[in-house]
Design a protein around this ligand. Sequence first.
Ligand code: UDP
Ligand code: MG
Length: 147
Amino acid sequence: MAGNISFAMIKPDAVAARRVGAILAHVQQAGFEIRALRMVRLSRVEAEAFYAVHQGRPFFKELVEFMCSGRAVAMVLEKPDAVAAWRATIGATDPAEAAAGTIRKLFAESKGRNAVHGSDSDETAAREAAFFFPERELALLGWGAAG
Ligand code: UDP
Ligand code: MG
């Protein structure tokens, strides 16, 4: 299954702006199968852990504040070459640099409040999915804790 699944998230800015439905429509029109989906509210500690790779970066504190500021939607998406396909669908981190038609171009407010998350590798996708979904559910996708 490796290579066909990405973790994705609709971030608190887009949830607060009531863009969940529009973004899910975009996800499905882009050919992704939604294999798991859950609305979540991150604690500060959880947001710090989810973005631990960015600890020490100048934007880290603001990122953590933002990610625990409201509800988010966690998803597992399936499509061939899912990680690259999802990153192409969401566009560049900064919406000002994102290609026309991408989710961030359409829905992001700024480089920080940028509507959606996408994993950056198959390994990260497996770790991020396990952060939000029980192993039992991931096993049903043929995608156990081993990734
Ligand atoms: N971020 C930010 N300022 C930056 C870089 C990143 O606020 O200069 C935030 C932004 O929300 C981004 C997240 O931190 O989505 C993770 O950064 P990364 O470089 O991994 O971007 P992504 O993989 O989300 O495109
Ligand atoms: Mg990243």
